[in-house]
Ligand binder design. Structure first.
Ligand code: FAD
Length: 401
């Protein structure tokens, strides 16, 4: 069988499986519900998808569902989007960030200890950002002090997605203050049940509490749960951040494309199908959605060919975030009075629900998560186009700018 035929056969197989397995009414099952119901719905979908091998196509050969090429992974993501299947928001950090970091930078002992747990549904969160260290992540201050075979941690993390449900955390801490900020960071794997860890969910304007703060009060982590060497945490964190390799953007842009008819339906329901201004804006949006899909595809193709340039991912992310905002804003505009009425919230920051006010609020997530729009623009201008670099605060403080 040629590669093309194999890819097409996989597409048909995944499509058929999704047609029979996507839970009907899953959005309703996640709307206005308590956390337990949300977790149960996510878990059911995780078990189905992972048992079929479609949750772990990026894992190496020999692991359930693993050993798929990037092109095959892309097909799975596209089909999941086409079928409007639930996003595995509760398991994403485990399946991608944690697993890929362990495959790339972990020890055999760590892989043995944690990977089976991920397949069995253990939830992970990412503890990188702090109240004064987000865009400038290297300035983080949560301190880990080595005492014998343990690190003792004190400090605070914030914006940790789904931390209140998490069994484990990917934790970036400071072990040294003496050199450049990146050089003093160390990467640890933390059991969230360890004494001294407390989690406080953050209530959002949407009604959800998808993030949490994590506090550390003399929390002990064994040295064997350090990933990479002490002081090498920055490089490990880069592996974590690169772990989904553009696939998410393929899925998300496709989801937007398949949701376009929802806007047309809203337009008809609210009697603005003959409004020339709405037509113009919808036409422009459709063109932008197409462009976002094409950019995401092109980016993944570059990765497949080993041809990625610095800044490529930033262009796709920036364009997606902008288009998603326009998509939801148009929904609010043409959705009539009903669109202004906020009847409830859906857990998991889902997009394209057709509850336009909720979608509009959630669309802001993508302007910040994974590097804000402004930071993406900096990367494009400084690192891609070679424009003058903005000095970091520590460089200014040390007179190195
Ligand atoms: C949906 C979502 C999920 C997230 N999940 C996680 C998670 O699981 N774990 C985790 O650790 N973190 C998570 N975060 C946090 C995220 O990484 C940070 O919010 C992000 O890095 C920005 O940091 P900040 O919020 O501290 O904002 P700041 O860095 O303080 O930025 C504030 C504003 O200043 C702008 N700005 C900052 N620096 C520059 C600059 N150099 N040039 C121009 N403008 C600049 C920013 O663009 C922004 O508009 C999540 C955030 C979101 C929205």
């Amino acid at each position: 069988m040629t590669t093309e035929n194999r890819i097409e056969a996989l597409r048909q197989e995944v499509r058929a499986w999704l047609e029979s397995n996507v839970p009907t009414g899953w959005r309703e099952a996640m709307t206005n519900v308590e956390q337990d119901a949300f977790v149960a719905a996510q878990r059911d979908w995780f078990v189905k998808l992972s048992t079929a091998g479609y949750a772990t196509p990026h894992w190496p050969q020999g692991w359930l569902g693993g050993g798929r090429s990037l092109a095959e992974q892309k097909v799975i993501f596209e089909e999941v989007a086409r079928a409007d299947a639930p996003r595995l928001i509760l398991y994403f950090v485990a399946l991608y960030h944690a697993a890929c970091t362990l495959f790339e930078c972990g020890t055999d002992q760590q892989r043995e200890k944690y990977l089976d747990g991920i397949l069995q549904g253990k939830i992970w969160c990412q503890g990188f950002s702090e109240p004064n260290a987000g865009s400038d992540l290297a300035s983080l201050r949560t301190k880990a002090e080595r005492r014998g075979d343990r690190y003792v941690i004190n400090g605070q993390k914030i914006w940790s997605t789904m931390a209140q449900y998490a069994d484990y955390c990917l934790l970036l801490v400071r072990t040294d203050n003496s050199g450049p900020p990146q050089a003093g960071l160390t990467y640890l794997l933390l059991d969230m049940k360890t004494k001294g860890v407390s989690v406080r969910p953050i209530s959002q304007i949407t009604g959800d509490d998808e993030f949490a703060e994590i506090f550390f009060d003399d929390v002990e982590v064994a040295v064997e749960d350090r990933v990479g060497e002490e002081g090498a945490g920055w490089a490990v964190a880069q592996a974590t951040l690169a772990s989904e390799r553009g696939l998410t953007l393929v899925e998300l842009t496709q989801r937007m494309r398949y949701a376009l008819p929802m806007l047309v339906q809203s337009m008809r329901q609210n009697g603005c199908e003959h409004d020339p201004v709405v037509h113009r804006d919808l036409g422009k949006l459709i063109a932008n959605v197409d462009a976002a899909c094409a950019l995401a595809d092109q980016y993944l193709m570059k990765r497949i060919m080993g041809d990625e340039q610095v800044g490529d991912a930033s262009i796709v992310k920036l364009f997606y975030a902008k288009t998603l905002r326009e998509f939801a804003a148009l929904g609010v505009r043409i959705g009539g009075l009903q669109a202004q009425y906020y009847s409830g919230f859906m857990r998991g920051a889902t997009q394209e629900t057709g509850h336009w006010t909720l979608d509009f609020m959630n669309s802001y997530n993508w302007s910040i998560a994974g590097g804000s729009n402004e930071v993406q623009r900096n990367i494009i201008s400084e690192r891609m186009l070679g424009m003058p670099r903005e000095p970091k605060s520590w460089q200014l403080a040390e007179g190195k700018a």
